[in-house]
Design a protein around this ligand. Structure first.
Ligand SMILES: Cc1cc2nc3c(=O)[nH]c(=O)nc-3n(C[C@H](O)[C@H](O)[C@H](O)COP(=O)(O)OP(=O)(O)OC[C@H]3O[C@@H](n4cnc5c(N)ncnc54)[C@H](O)[C@@H]3O)c2cc1C
Ligand code: FES
Length: 277
């Protein structure tokens, strides 16, 4: 059992979840994830570690509410317990001095990017942060990300921020305007990461993406998270979650993510009906 230290709504569809997990907080590194089970009858779902406090023994994640399990997480309260909270899982992000790195994130990926951008900045890189939100009211952790960025852009469909275009177009503009971009790391929904990879491909800029296939055990045993990268089969939970976006078989990933679509919808409808009759 792990105890919830804090659950806070950051924006209407995204919540911060802080969990007491001293062992994980001692070992975790940027880019790794945890698996959480919201209740005894729930499923195990992966969440990227967005921050940690080794003294307090806490792990912070940022949760985008999409289906039954994330809805359950969004209703947890301080002091509640979850039956499963395991990690750190996956390979950490590669943190070295590359030069100029664009950190590009959307939805829960804004939180997931934060420790990576912070570590890359500490390693001596020049950080250009580029975030994608539909509108300004969906933006969170702006101050935190500005603090670790040399340049900061937000691509939003409303007029509140500096660019209105969809993030991959802004990413292309940044690459053209900067003398040199050495690496891009993109985290968010699958569509955003695939579009960012296509945007950087013609420029030959190495682009890392943190893949989010369906996962079950998170230890390389079940095969649920199988992805194809560079023509080879990989398990995102142990070989990733970060991979070279130019080598990912995106069509296969989109298709595999839809495997349980009908069941997911039915599960959410049933859960809503019994909890909010
Ligand atoms: C390594 C890894 C790290 C992850 N880190 C995070 C994280 O830090 N925060 C976070 O919120 N999520 C993260 N995810 C995704 C998260 O695990 C799923 O969103 C979650 O399992 C959904 O469970 P659910 O029961 O709420 O929704 P489901 O019932 O499984 O899904 C409902 C429907 O919502 C849609 N959907 C599912 N996931 C997404 C998505 N990410 N974006 C848009 N639509 C979606 C799909 O159409 C799906 O059919 C991560 C996934 C992986 C593999
Ligand atoms: S989640 Fe089972 S092999 Fe990756």
């Amino acid at each position: 059992m792990a105890t919830i230290l804090k659950r806070e709504r950051l924006v209407p569809n995204i919540h911060l979840l802080q969990v007491h997990a001293p062992e994980i907080s001692r070992k975790c590194k940027p880019g790794q994830f945890v698996i959480i089970m919201p209740d005894e009858r729930g499923e195990r779902i992966p969440l990227t570690i967005a921050d940690w406090d080794r003294e307090k023994g806490s792990i912070t994640t940022v949760v985008l509410v999409v289906g039954t399990s994330t809805h359950k997480l969004s209703l947890l309260k301080e002091g509640d317990e979850v039956p499963v909270f395991v990690g750190p899982l996956g390979k950490p992000s590669e943190i070295e001095k590359y030069g100029t790195v664009v950190c590009a994130g959307g939805c829960f990926g804004i939180g997931a990017l934060y420790p990576i951008a912070r570590a890359l900045k500490k390693a001596g890189n020049r950080i250009i942060t580029l975030l994608d939100v539909k509108a300004n009211y969906l933006m969170y952790w702006e101050e935190r990300l500005r603090e670790v960025s040399d340049k900061f852009f937000v691509s939003a469909r409303d007029s509140y921020y500096n660019c209105k275009d969809f993030m991959p177009y802004v990413l292309q503009d940044i690459i053209k305007k900067e003398k040199r971009v050495d690496r891009v790391i993109s985290i968010g929904c699958t569509y955003l990461m695939s579009a960012c990879s296509e945007a950087t491909r013609p420029h030959g800029v190495k682009t890392l993406v943190s893949l989010n296939p369906i996962m079950v055990d998170g230890t390389g045993m079940c095969g649920a998270c199988r992805v194809t990268v560079g023509g080879k089969t990989k398990f995102a939970c142990v070989d990733g979650p970060e991979f070279d976006g130019h080598l990912v078989d995106w069509e296969e990933l989109f298709a595999r993510r839809k495997s349980y679509f009908e069941d997911e919808i039915q599960s959410l409808c049933y859960w809503e009906k019994i909890n909010f009759p």
